[in-house]
Design a protein around this ligand. Structure first.
Ligand SMILES: [Zn+2]
Length: 271
């Protein structure tokens, strides 16, 4: 006699504002086993963390709960479960959290030469830097003061993995964070760059597009949690609980050393 199995699942809400959503998890019953399959329809590697809640099931093989899945993968088998006893009531419940990037990667290219994310021969002031009191507490991010309508260029090449450009609102408190328009680019060292507060319909790229350093990607604006027109730029990686921003080095002029950008300084892009 075959007992029916209740399969329940929950995708946990993430505290991270950027989270992979185009990942499908399917549980299939095959010759008395439950097999966990995944599709990754994102354009970057993702990591999935499971919490399995089992009644009369045991995981076959390694007791792994965190898996790394390459972009574009369809029906990858992650793990499987078998019944402990036949003809006994069983249930299988899981919770899953998905993040961009390889969770196990902890080293990144910290001396990469980023370029200033605006046109050559233009200069803008950094009005909020690392740890800035308005909205950068505990994060390494840079705000460039620039009028709405300024062209934004990729500071580093990569693949566009998120484009949000439908919002048209802003305010000076965190409640407006949900109105942020932005572009998220995956770099080949496992980091991600965000270019935020772009103008409504201001994206010049689409998801899945490969861009090179210095390519036009967006038009700046003042959407989301913002105190005035500017570009917010940050490079990060993700854990299951937070976005971890990284310090970035910039090449501003040919033949000059890489520098870290400082608040209240104005930077002319010569390179
Ligand atoms: Zn900012």
């Amino acid at each position: 006699m075959k007992t029916s199995i209740l399969v329940l699942y929950v995708f946990l809400f993430s505290t991270i504002s950027y989270s992979a959503t185009k990942v499908n998890i399917n549980i299939e019953e095959e010759s008395n086993e439950l097999v966990v399959y995944v599709d990754n329809n994102e354009f970057t590697v993702v990591s999935v963390k499971f919490k399995f809640i089992l009644k009369n099931f045991k995981q076959i093989g390694e007791k792994t709960t965190i898996f790394v899945i390459e972009p574009g993968v369809k029906r990858q088998k992650l793990t499987s479960f078998s019944r402990i006893k036949e003809n006994t009531s069983s249930s299988f419940t899981y919770e899953a959290e998905v993040i961009y990037g390889n969770y196990f990667q902890k080293e990144f290219e910290l001396d990469y030469p980023y370029i200033l994310p605006y046109a050559k021969n233009e200069s803008y002031e950094v009005v909020q830097g690392y740890g800035g009191k308005f909205s950068h507490q505990g994060i390494y991010a840079l705000d460039f003061d620039m009028p709405i309508g300024t062209a934004i260029f990729a500071a580093r090449g990569g693949i566009i993995i998120e484009v949000v450009q439908h919002h048209n609102r802003s305010c000076k408190n965190i409640n407006c964070a949900k109105y942020n328009n932005y572009i998220l680019i995956a770099h080949n060292d496992g980091t991600f760059a965000s270019y935020a507060h772009i103008v409504k319909d201001g994206a010049k790229v689409v998801v899945g597009q490969q861009v090179v350093k210095g390519e036009l990607i967006a038009i700046s604006g003042n959407t989301g949690f913002s105190s005035g027109p500017h570009l917010h730029f940050a490079v990060s990686y993700f854990t299951f609980t937070e976005e971890k921003t990284l310090r970035t080095m910039f090449k501003v002029e040919e033949g000059k050393e890489l520098i870290e950008l400082k608040v209240k300084d104005k930077y002319l892009r010569l390179y």
